[in-house]
Design a protein around this ligand. Sequence first.
Ligand SMILES: Cc1ncc(COP(=O)(O)O)c(C=O)c1O
Length: 385
Amino acid sequence: MQVYLDNAATTKTDGRVLKAMLPYFSVDYGNPSSIHTLGQDNFNVLTKARERAAKLLGAEPRGIIFTSSATEANNYLIKGIARANRKKGDHIIISALEHPCVRESARQLEKDGFRVSVIPANSEGLIETAELEKLIDKQTVLVSVMMVNNEIGTIQDIAALAKIAKKHGAFFHTDAVQAVPYLKINVKELGVDALSLSAHKFGGPKGVGLAYLNPAIYAEPLIIGGGQEDGKRAGTYNLPGIIGLVEALELAYKERSEYLKRVKKLRDRLWDGLKKKLPDIQANGTLKERVPANLNVMFGYVEGEAILIDLSYKGVYVSTGSACSATNLKASNVLSAIGLSKHFLNSNIRFSLGKETTEKEIDYTIKMVVETVGRLREFSPVSHL
Ligand SMILES: Cc1ncc(COP(=O)(O)O)c(C=O)c1O
């Protein structure tokens, strides 16, 4: 049996999405920037796709910029907004839970002379508004806090945090990559100036992302050249990818309510099953303000990597930290930020369920995890202390 529980790393491209993308590879393949009909017809398709994305996010079409990934969207929005508005101030704030592409963008700004402050997380994995209030000042030009954490799935109160930024005259960005379809996203209602998404996290293709930027705000472009995306992001339009992103976004929200109920039941079944059968385990981060597809568990006295590899042999695919740090065995910054003891920092597994997860798969996973952890603990030098 194969059980894929790594949907926060990437999801399978939905067959309906793939079908919608296919014509734009070898039938309607014109470059939307070309002046002839094959090009202009595709420019119209692109315009419609932008309008569809804007409608889903409560944004104006002019605020939608298609990119190659959320990594690019985050780099563009964070560095671009800060650099273009340096006269306003030289201070930026990010949260302690951010994805490496946000942290590294902030670090690069720091090298360019910006001051960077980091809002701590509490032990539940939440960012408190009072902590932002303590750090924000007149020089703060941008605040960036992710909507949903990729490792522990915790949900931040973005509207409340954005309100504080606005009160102090700072722009607000949120990395919403892990929020679709779990949270409804309306940029106006949330009060955010900038937001990032990635198609492959919600049934779309890899290699395409979306940056939302309030059209009244200027950000210095990251990629310059042919003037595409209204001069905000150069490079030939990836029309099949863009169609895939928009199609996947529409489907994700259309099928949302039924999916949320189903996935929460399965996640709770997994947690209950593990708790019942294994001592010395703990869920990392609150289970309340958390997306229903995520479970991150600390298994005392065993290495997360050892669990992952053994489970992989049994056909169960999970992750330790975030997938982006699979080549980097440094302890997770997220688990450190929520105060997990250093003895347990390498004993964690992230299970991320998805649209195709079944009850049978969850029961198989429980059985395999119990077997793996039990066996590894027999060899663990510290498990009997
Ligand atoms: C929260 C978060 N932000 C950004 C990214 C990067 O997205 P992409 O794969 O589109 O570069 C990821 C991917 O793991 C993520 O989980």
